[in-house]
Design a protein. Structure first.
Length: 143
């Protein structure tokens, strides 16, 4: 009991002695700590929102053909991250016997990923240099 009072007073005094700017900086750094596992979970949405959340559509192959190789590679990893997040969320909710919200998102991500592979394969086939074409095909198959 004595220790609680002593340490409580010490901590309270230390908190009071901080400047407002230092306290705000400490509070903001505590809130914005980076946790890499947090990317596997979707941020919780409040149940107060009456409007249903509408998610986008899958990418069309014609849209993907306009993008560069680097852009397609970045998009692939964004979609892979999204797919992993959805699979983690679905598995977690199934373990808790809860319904997975918006299950139509998974096929959209899969379709987009398949279309990216299709576009990259088309580019690899059209490549005139056989060595570069073979290298591009290996890269696409590794995705």
């Amino acid at each position: 009991m004595f220790l609680t009072r002593y340490f409580g007073r010490t901590l309270l005094a230390a908190a009071k002695s901080e400047t407002p700017a230092a306290a705000a900086a400490a509070a903001s750094s505590a809130r914005t700590e980076y946790n890499p596992l947090a990317e596997f979970f979707e941020v919780d949405r409040s149940t107060e929102d009456e409007k249903p959340v509408v998610y986008g559509r899958s990418w069309k192959a014609s849209e993907l053909r306009l993008k560069s190789w680097d852009d397609l590679q970045k998009l692939w990893y964004v979609l892979l991250k999204e797919k992993n997040m959805l699979m983690t969320q679905r598995q977690m909710l199934n373990a808790q016997n809860l319904r997975f919200p918006n299950p139509e998102r998974v096929p959209k991500v899969r379709k987009s990923m398949c279309r990216i592979k299709q576009v990259l394969t088309e580019r690899a086939i059209e490549e005139p240099d056989p060595r570069r074409s073979a290298e591009m095909k290996r890269m696409v198959n590794a995705l």
